[in-house]
Design a protein around this ligand. Structure first.
Ligand code: PEP
Length: 250
């Protein structure tokens, strides 16, 4: 049985003051012995603050992106070793808000995935189709292609102990979450696609992202191949995030 995981993606939100309140509330609300892996991903400048408040809590933290290079003349970039120094154990890779706004290619995403694994952290790879692609019935083809680049470059084994977040682009920030059945169908497709390596297929956590909230989390997380959630807006409210984490205790 896979342990479920709930990840909060804070995006470009927060300040030292508002984070302090949120981190203190989360550290207080989440019990030491939670049966769910809980992660928050603040913007880079707040990683030190996050580490300070969460180091004695079961909540882990991560980043929302990383450079594909180890170090050097890459203005504005942040490397895996820098993230490691701030105790980050997860990195979100290929979020659609980044791949559309910054034209990130599947090859770039694949390289970042490998860098994160090599550094001993867990990548959270975002995949998902647009509304037009879903309406055209090609969502599986689209997600398959997003995974194929990584498989071609590094082999299926690289997904061992990794997290894939199925985030249909049309469900992000829209209040139009996928139905539990739509999420299950895609998660099952992804698991079956990676099933030639039994260990990978069994250990791989596939989480759903896109307008998860305290009202829909339980139904989504009850589906057999939904191993938790990637939560945007609702992760900025301590009570809502706690409630979503609680829904994963099944
Ligand atoms: C996200 O962007 O990862 C996300 C899931 O956002 P929201 O929950 O706000 O739709």
């Amino acid at each position: 049985m896979r342990r479920k995981i709930v990840v909060g993606n804070w995006k470009m939100n927060g300040s030292l003051a508002s984070n302090e309140a949120l981190l203190k509330a989360l550290a207080e609300k989440i019990p030491q012995t939670t049966p769910v892996d809980i992660v928050v991903c603040p913007p880079y400048p707040f990683l030190f603050q996050t580490q300070s408040y969460l180091k004695n809590s079961p909540i882990r933290w991560g980043a929302q992106n990383v450079a594909k290079f180890e170090s050097g003349a890459f203005t504005g970039e942040v490397s895996v070793s820098m993230l490691n120094e701030f105790g980050a154990s997860y990195v979100i890779i290929g979020h659609s808000e980044r791949s559309t706004a910054y034209c990130e290619s599947d090859e770039n995403i694949a390289t970042k995935f490998m860098m994160v694994k090599k550094a001993g952290m867990t990548p959270i790879l975002c995949v998902g189709e647009t509304l037009i692609e879903r309406e055209a019935g090609i969502m599986e083809k689209v997600v398959s292609k997003q995974l194929d680049t990584i498989i071609k470059m590094y082999g299926e084994e690289i997904f061992d102990e990794s997290v894939i977040a199925y985030e249909p682009v049309w469900a992000i920030g829209t209040d139009l979450a996928a139905s539990p059945e739509q999420a299950q169908a895609m998660h099952q497709f992804i698991r079956e696609k990676l099933s030639s390596n039994n260990k990978v297929a069994k250990s791989l956590k596939i989480i759903y992202g896109g307008s998860v909230n305290p009202q829909n989390a339980l139904q989504l997380f009850s589906m057999p191949d939904v191993d938790g959630g990637l939560v945007g807006r609702a992760s900025l409210n301590a009570s809502d995030f706690e409630s979503i984490c609680h829904s994963a205790e099944i």
